[in-house]
Design a protein around this ligand. Structure first.
Ligand code: ADP
Ligand code: MG
Length: 608
């Protein structure tokens, strides 16, 4: 008899249950509360709403809710909406090239339902009652009729409650809130004819009435852009561009106010960013960024938006044409702004759009605009329009060029207390202070020295020796963009210890009650704006705490700049303060504050 050995080879492949498959797929679409914000806002836009409210708690970690007055869903559609690949927006592959909606992949709601608890209320105009559905782990746990107005409300609660590993990956509330604000702004900017509001922990952060694009930009980015926007508008058979760029003088050292939309979809494109930067090349200092919000419209067949799950990257059929077009359109706009008077922002937006207002005034100018048919010239290099520098920019180079720091001398000694405090000091190039000491002389860089002095003073202040505040007799107010207001609110307690007494006044406005003594009166507003600007510059720097970033921003902002004439007394005070520092020889960023030149070396050089 033969012995039979049977090995049972079990099959090992199986289908994942829906909720797990959805959880995995959700990883691509819903990475953080901000991603849900984007998807839910886009759905509300696609539903034709003209009022959209976003409510978040705990930076979206406990609640993201979007309420719209759009077309709503039937009872069956409301259930279907949460299935994977369930969409009302496309039916076949060709539709992908006719897309006019923000969504089409049918994944967002399925993903959200897989990683959070969801409550949906929705009603169509024609239905008597609406539908309420509660979902958890991709399963409907409750459904019942509900009395609601036309439209849809989707609340996403406790994101990643069932995927703790991903919950742990979420960043601080501040960071997540910033993502949410970014997403909110990108959608709100693209649809100025929709009312948007954003409420965070019960406080209304944005309240954006319907209006023109220009009004929307100013509402979002702040009043400082009022009357500082240049309209960009070109139309061709192939593509259109419209929108605004900030006048050159509004360029900032930090990125943040740059927006490109293609068919109303916010996209990230280093390539088109370059096209715009290039148009500004000689008008703004290097390392600074102009504001822009540009809308490119073209036949959806000329694009592939389906190259990325969040659709922030797209592919143009012919990206060189788009580059050249964007570049010339911006150059053209900038050239026009230097010859046309600025339009008053408060004009009725409809009047502003009239040709007679928005086009150059004289016949000659009108003809030249008409004949400079962009489409024909934009691809010819250097053919774009002559751009005059506005007069106040003539000296920008002098203003922005940072003084070069000399190489450290060979034997740099750490402490030089032996200089003669009363000795006459000499200022060179309004930047360097020559100080004689008993070994030779020192060359002190006034700005770097002051950065060090302030840094140590601020550190002491934070450690419990608050800086004296000089009270303003006539307190100024400062109005910020909503996102800057959120930021400032966060920094208020620390700023108080550093001598800035600010009080929130609602509506993104703060009253400046007092500032540290070294802030020149009249400059309070600018000082605070610059500190915020500097702070944002550090904002992605993980190695510094919030306080440290604030300290460093304040040093950079408040230090005496190179190019400032100092009196003998000021020089003496500065040098004395420098050498009273714990680490006098370098700025907080590690640049040298002074160099030593010894007599011995000098003698040697002169052959003595
Ligand atoms: P997509 O937007 O890609 O179609 P979603 O998962 O975001 O996929 O939404 C699925 C479907 O649910 C949409 O196609 C739409 O029909 C419906 N839907 C989602 N949100 C809303 C809303 N706020 N109002 C009306 N219908 C909605
Ligand atoms: Mg969608």
């Amino acid at each position: 008899m033969r012995l039979q050995i049977t090995v049972i080879l079990t099959d090992i492949i199986h289908l994942l249950p829906d909720n797990i498959a959805n959880q995995i797929a959700a990883g691509e679409v819903i990475q953080r509360p901000g991603s849900a914000v984007k998807e839910l806002l886009e759905n509300a836009v696609d539903a034709g709403a003209d009022q959209i409210r976003l409510i978040i708690n705990d930076a979206g970690k406990s609640l993201v809710q979007v309420i719209d007055n759009g077309k709503g869903m039937s009872e069956t559609d409301a259930r279907m909406a949460f299935e994977r690949h369930a969409t009302s927006k496309i039916t076949n592959i060709d539709d992908l090239f006719r897309i006019r909606t923000m969504g089409f992949r049918g994944e967002a709601l399925a993903s959200i339902a897989a990683v959070a608890q969801v409550e949906l209320k929705t009603k169509r105009e024609e239905d008597h009652s609406g539908t309420y559905i509660e979902i958890e782990n991709s399963k409907v746990v409750k459904q019942e009729p509900v009395a609601v107005n036309k439209g849809t409300s989707i609340a996403m609660k406790n994101l990643f409650f069932n995927v703790p590993a991903r919950r742990n990956f979420l960043k601080s509330n501040t960071a997540e809130l910033r993502h949410i604000v970014d997403e909110f702004v990108r959608v709100a900017m693209a649809f100025p004819d929709i009312f948007f509001s954003l409420q965070s922990n019960g406080q209304e952060v944005f309240h954006l009435e319907k209006g023109s694009l220009k009004q929307r930009i100013v509402q979002i980015l702040g009043n400082s852009y009022n009357a500082k926007l240049v309209s960009v508008q070109e139309q061709t058979d192939y593509l259109n561009i419209m929108g605004f760029v900030g006048k050159p003088e509004t360029a900032k050292k930090t990125r943040g106010d740059q927006y490109i939309f293609v068919n109303n979809r916010f996209i990230k494109s280093a390539y088109l960013h370059h096209a715009i930067m290039n148009a500004f090349a000689d008008l703004i200092p290097k390392d600074s960024f102009p504001m822009y919000a540009l809308f490119i419209d073209l036949d959806p067949a000329q694009l592939d938006i389906n190259v990325h799950p969040t659709k922030q990257e797209i592919k143009f059929e012919d990206d060189k044409i788009v580059y050249a077009f964007v570049n010339s359109a911006v150059k053209h706009a900038l050239a026009q702004f230097s010859i046309t008077p600025t339009l008053d922002f408060d004009l009725d937006p409809n009047i502003q759009r009239l040709d007679a207002v928005s086009k150059p005034v004289s016949d000659e100018q009108r003809n030249s605009t008409a004949s400079s048919s962009l489409y024909q010239t934009f691809s010819q290099k250097n053919q774009a329009h002559f751009i005059e520098r506005s007069s106040n920019l003539t000296h920008w180079k002098d203003l922005y060029e940072t003084p070069s720091v000399p190489q450290p001398a060979k034997e740099t000694e750490v402490l030089h207390k032996d200089y003669e405090a009363e000795a006459p000091m000499l200022q060179l190039h309004q930047t360097y202070i020559v100080v004689q000491d008993n070994k030779g002389f020192l060359l002190v860089h006034q700005q770097s020295a002051h950065e060090r002095i302030l840094y140590e003073r601020y550190v002491r202040a934070i450690e419990g020796r608050p800086i004296a505040t000089q009270q303003s007799l006539f307190p100024a107010t400062i109005e910020l963009s909503p996102s800057d207001a959120v930021l400032l609110q966060e920094l208020l307690p620390d700023m108080k210890e550093l001598g800035y007494q600010l009080e929130a006044f609602g509506n993104n406005t703060f009253i400046i009650q007092g500032t540290p003594a070294d802030v020149i009166s009249g400059n309070e507003k600018m000082a605070i704006e610059n500190i915020l600007e500097q702070y944002k510059h550090f904002s992605n720097d993980l190695k510094y705490s919030r306080r440290e970033k604030l300290l460093r921003s304040m040093c950079l902002q408040n230090a005496i700049k190179a190019g400032t004439i100092l009196s003998a007394k000021e020089m003496q005070g500065l040098v004395a303060d420098l050498f009273a520092c714990e680490v006098p020889n370098a700025t907080p960023n590690g640049k040298p504050t002074y160099m030593t030149f010894s007599r011995e070396e000098m003698d040697k050089m002169f052959g003595r």
